[in-house]
Design a protein around this ligand. Structure first.
Ligand code: SF4
Length: 454
């Protein structure tokens, strides 16, 4: 998961990118970058760290021009290092091209081999750079045609912002796996992974970039084309479960409402299956468990309370790349509130269980502070399969649900009871009519190559 942002036609373009990236910081905290153009030159600043650490007024002032794009990264392909940070700026025979990418290609190895056989030398390990090489090497002379030619050769998920000195392209893959929204502010166009970034800069949401759409924004006009073979869109339902900010709309869906519905569905399941718990309160594992816990509380009529307080000055545990950092983050991120917990029977609502370490740790914290019972409710189904489209679970061996069933997981995390959402319950929680990707939970992959290794 990464976050991308772009703005075209604004005198404070780089400043607005900076703000946009702030709103998208939860999507990646390893590196951040902003590029800009005044029509003559491209300016860039790309560094490791948080947006707030990389930019200040002086640095932003050097990013001149009316057009700008930015990226916040967490690594899926390629390590967490500066050479893999984005946006990439590459000098090509077709002029300077910058690219900011959210997603994951699944045929990168094939493309890399093909490009290397033709003499390409890569600066990074990322699939995003491969896309620029394909654009640069396309036999098409027009840049839009070159982009189409390049993207016809790649498979996987991509939401992209590509810029030249003069033009900006906003692109979504034909399956529409990752989100990308279009808005306007002060007569300028804004593009963002999530609408929370549009809200922050005061932009009005216009619409989503459609699956398979290439939107070109230039001085003369805004042009939309759909040059790819049409596919049935499969937006990532995990965006609604975990990735996206609750104040965002992604795929036209309110993230907070979807999470509340997921919590309600879980409570309904408990009611229907005689698993009603005589609990004192329902509480979340913050932050993403919050709205699910509200939904569960509403449906079950069990009081809502907050058993943990969060340290807001540390990044989200799940998207740190190394195990040691992850464990450390879990320990310092959430503190149990003894007065709320002591002597209580608690329904603890969590968005998902990946490795099981966070859940085990949180339940241990609650018991240490005197909780009488802890009943875990997870508003996503069992995460059993890897994601090839941008979630940092490279192999299924890391997933606790790949190795154990619900009862065993319940014992491992030391809960009094454990209930997961069903796929059906999950799909009931979101507006009907869209076919979502839920491959990491169901194993049904919308895009699968025979050479994909797990
Ligand atoms: S496999 Fe899971 S995380 Fe990956 S795109 Fe599909 S739903 Fe999203």
């Amino acid at each position: 998961m990464c976050g991308i942002f772009g703005i075209y036609g604004h005198k404070n373009a780089a400043e607005l990118s900076y703000l946009g990236l702030f709103a998208l910081q939860h999507r990646g905290q390893e590196s951040a970058g902003i590029v800009s153009s005044d029509g003559l030159n491209i300016y860039d600043r790309v560094r490791m760290g948080l947006v707030s650490e990389i930019f200040n007024g002086k640095k932003l002032a050097k990013l001149k021009g009316h057009m700008s794009s930015g990226h916040v990264r967490y690594s899926t392909k390629g390590g967490s290092s500066l050479k893999n940070a984005q946006p990439f700026v590459l000098k090509t025979g077709k002029g300077m091209i910058t690219i900011a990418h959210n997603g994951n290609l699944i045929n990168t190895d094939d493309i890399s081999k093909k490009l290397e056989n033709n003499g390409a030398i890569f600066q990074s390990e990322t699939d995003s750079e491969r896309i620029v090489h394909l654009i640069a090497r396309s036999k098409e002379r027009d840049l839009t045609d070159s982009i189409v030619d390049a993207l016809k050769q790649v498979e996987g998920s991509y939401s992209l912002i590509i810029t030249t000195k003069k033009d900006m392209y906003a692109i979504r893959d034909p399956y529409g796996i990752r989100p990308l929204s279009l808005g306007n502010v002060d007569g300028a166009y804004a593009i963002a992974s999530e609408t929370s970034a549009l809200d922050l800069i005061g932009a009005n949401y216009i619409r989503d970039i459609e699956p398979g759409e290439i939107l070109k924004i230039s001085e003369k006009c805004v042009k939309s084309i759909k040059p790819f073979e049409a596919k049935e869109p499969h937006p990532c339902i995990f965006e609604l479960i975990y990735f996206a900010r609750p104040d965002s709309y992604v795929f036209g869906v309110s993230v907070s409402e979807a999470r509340k519905n997921m919590g309600q569905e879980l409570a309904k399941y408990d009611k229907e299956n005689n698993k009603n718990i005589n609990a004192d309160f329902v509480g979340p594992v913050p932050d993403s468990g919050m709205y699910g816990a509200i939904g569960y509380s509403k449906e079950s009529s069990i009081e809502f309370d907050l058993p943990f307080t969060r340290n807001h000055y540390i990044g989200r545990t799940f998207i740190k790349p190394q195990q040691s950092t992850r464990d450390f983050s879990v320990k310092i991120k959430l503190s149990p509130v003894k007065e709320v917990i002591k002597g209580k029977r608690i329904v603890l609502v969590e968005d998902s269980i990946v490795r099981g370490t966070t859940s085990k740790d949180k339940i241990k914290n609650l018991r240490e502070k005197g909780a009488k019972e802890v009943h875990m409710r997870v508003y996503s189904p069992l995460l059993k399969y890897p994601c090839f489209y941008g979630l940092d679970i490279p192999t299924k061996m890391e997933l606790i649900a790949h190795h154990y069933g619900v009862d065993e997981i319940c014992k491992i995390i030391n809960a009094d009871s454990l209930v997961y959402q069903s796929i059906e319950g999950l799909l009931n929680s979101v507006p009907q009519g869209t076919k979502y990707c839920h491959a990491c939970m169901s194993g049904e992959y919308p895009i699968l190559r025979s050479d994909v290794k797990d």
